[in-house]
Write a protein that binds this ligand. Sequence first.
Ligand SMILES: *[C@@H]1O[C@H](CO)[C@@H](O)[C@H](O)[C@H]1NC(C)=O
Ligand SMILES: *[C@@H]1O[C@H](CO)[C@@H](O)[C@H](O)[C@H]1NC(C)=O
Ligand SMILES: *[C@@H]1O[C@H](CO)[C@@H](O)[C@H](O)[C@H]1NC(C)=O
Length: 282
Amino acid sequence: MFKLSRKSFNLALCLAWVCLTIMTGQTTSIEIVGDEVIQVVENGTEEYLVLDCPYELSDQDKTSLVIKWYHTNNPVNVYQWIHGNKPQAIGILEDRLDLEYVAKDEEYHRHRALYVIKPTTELSGEYTCSVSSFEDEKTYIQKLIVYSKPSEVSVWTDKREEDTVTVICKVDGIYPEPELMLHIASDSDNKTILAGAKEVKTWSHGSYMATIELEIDEDDLDGPVEFVCEVAIPDTDLVFPNATKYEPKMKVVESAVMSGVPRTYSTSATILGLAALLLCLL
Ligand SMILES: *[C@@H]1O[C@H](CO)[C@@H](O)[C@H](O)[C@H]1NC(C)=O
Ligand SMILES: *[C@@H]1O[C@H](CO)[C@@H](O)[C@H](O)[C@H]1NC(C)=O
Ligand SMILES: *[C@@H]1O[C@H](CO)[C@@H](O)[C@H](O)[C@H]1NC(C)=O
């Protein structure tokens, strides 16, 4: 016959207690008190920036507080502050932080933030702060974009085929990876976005070079146009444009067909009419 031993009775009691604490919500003792933000700064222009990690703690958490920061996909933390010890910068943040910086002058908050001195492009990425104690653990994400303006945005046209024109746009020395878009300038806000462009991106010496090109049928162009290339940095409002003007070759036959009378005919008709007029006058 099944008999409840003292040991399993204790286990059951323990489980019941765990369930009860979960139901009453007492297990969550650390609370993050800030919204997730994106910081955007230009490479080499800021003396410093602060990535904070705002939280509230319960009294139980204070005996075993550990703050760690992680960078993008690196499983090893780049910063750590074990309460009662000195903070440490690790990996890419080594020698890049002011470790004396005080985020908030309260014992359990002092070294929670990253004070980054002269942020540069390679420090871009997603920073995750982990706040942990024996009781609980919470994380908080902040995105940092340290961008570099392009050294060049050029756009031009190339006549490779009789019936088409190729629009090419090139950007160099930009960070992070940009998005390129070609469109035709217009007076209204509505842009004719030119889809289906071929794109090539390469990465070297810490920045991106990218080109985009599109072949357009001359027949699709309705008179002179201005091709605009917009180089944008994702997750920011930053856009670097440039434009080039293009005049398609004359569409003699087509416009004649559209008006119903071939132009050559109408020209000869005009000459005939003039001749008739002259004859009448004589
Ligand atoms: C960012 O700035 C640093 C220091 O000013 C410089 O060495 C680096 O080349 C810059 N990066 C880019 C992508 O321009
Ligand atoms: C725009 O493109 C033209 C032609 O490629 C180039 O000469 C010019 O320097 C560019 N302007 C900017 C602001 O990049
Ligand atoms: C722009 O496009 C929208 C929707 O396609 C249209 O309602 C609007 O009238 C257009 N504006 C202009 C100035 O052409």
